[in-house]
Design a protein around this ligand. Sequence first.
Ligand SMILES: C[S@@+](CC[C@H](N)C(=O)[O-])C[C@H]1O[C@@H](n2cnc3c(N)ncnc32)[C@H](O)[C@@H]1O
Length: 372
Amino acid sequence: MASNEFVGRLIAATDGTLDEIAAGLREFDPAEVAVAVLGEVLARAPQFDGPAEPFVVQFELGANSYLVTLNEGKIEPGRLDEPWLVIRQDLAELVQAVFGPSCDHVTRDVFFKEEPGPTTWQQDDPWLGPRAEATKAAHQVLKACSVYHADLDTLAVRFDTDKWGGHWYTPHYQRHFAAYQAKRVTVLEIGIGGYDLPDVGGGSLLMWKHFFRRGLVYGLDIYDKTGLDQPRLQTIKGDQNDPVFLEQLGQSIGPIDIVVDDGSHLTEHVVTSFNALFPHVRPGGLYVIEDLQTSYWPGYGAGESMGLLKTLLDGLHHQEQVHPVTPGHTDLNIDSITFHHNIAFIHKGRNSEPGAPSWISRTGEAVQSWTP
Ligand SMILES: C[S@@+](CC[C@H](N)C(=O)[O-])C[C@H]1O[C@@H](n2cnc3c(N)ncnc32)[C@H](O)[C@@H]1O
């Protein structure tokens, strides 16, 4: 399995033109690159519900060939005498299509196995079944080998997170995250799901991984979830209410482009996490707090997270305060806060616009007349 660090370097090598990517890939072992890129293709096309028999695609990537078994998730070097499906493509071009921000052009060749076919046309000819399965499989694989646009509602349902259905957050996420979709982002979500069941949860992390097709996704949970780790998705065990641990985490994975807090929803925890992690959010990034309803519920430490957000809103307007305040990090580095039902998106950006001119009365005098 390709490590996050390796895939991150590979994604970083795909920012240029195809020639630059090909030159950059000389630094890498081609076999490692092929396994990483084919692993991503497999991860993108797992809904394959084709033939019961293992369906093998032969990828011919320059000098080397690989056999990818869709229904078993297997990748191995090799060739078959009569493969059902052959995809022949330059390795750099495939890497650009899968991991790059866009794709210059596609020059790949796709071949199906030549079947003898029926001598006379019959609707139930045994030859037609496998051919139809192969067509479905080819469609899935070729889509997965292309610049990939996944939408969050669909991904939420596919990976079973309640961000669509239980809550209705994904349309808001789609809108706020669209600008980051093709970027090389680092995403951290607090709260992996499944609580103390080690192999349960991770639905939303998979959703982020598929949405941010060039992103590295980290999930934090109080329970050990390492069984859910996979390329571009790493779990971390820790307490979102421990500021020392969070500071170390921010230093090791930051700067972070997007933080999503979907952890305990205890408002004390929400505030601790925000205070510790927001300084590690990259300018232009977002910090999202879900399930703000708990701020109205006594059992969760009522008021603190909405209190935090009100303080941040006041900070956004610190230039307008009657009694001058010395602006702090959040006052100077939050340029918008958007609320939807139970969720807030805090955008990190320079907030240095001057306040209203000082000659305008703060006491409300002379608001109804003007003497030129
Ligand atoms: C609502 S679930 C997360 C669901 C997941 N984000 C999704 O959308 O599929 C909340 C998770 O937060 C974790 N959690 C609870 N308290 C925590 C804490 N203090 N620090 C970190 N994680 C915590 C729980 O173990 C649980 O797995």
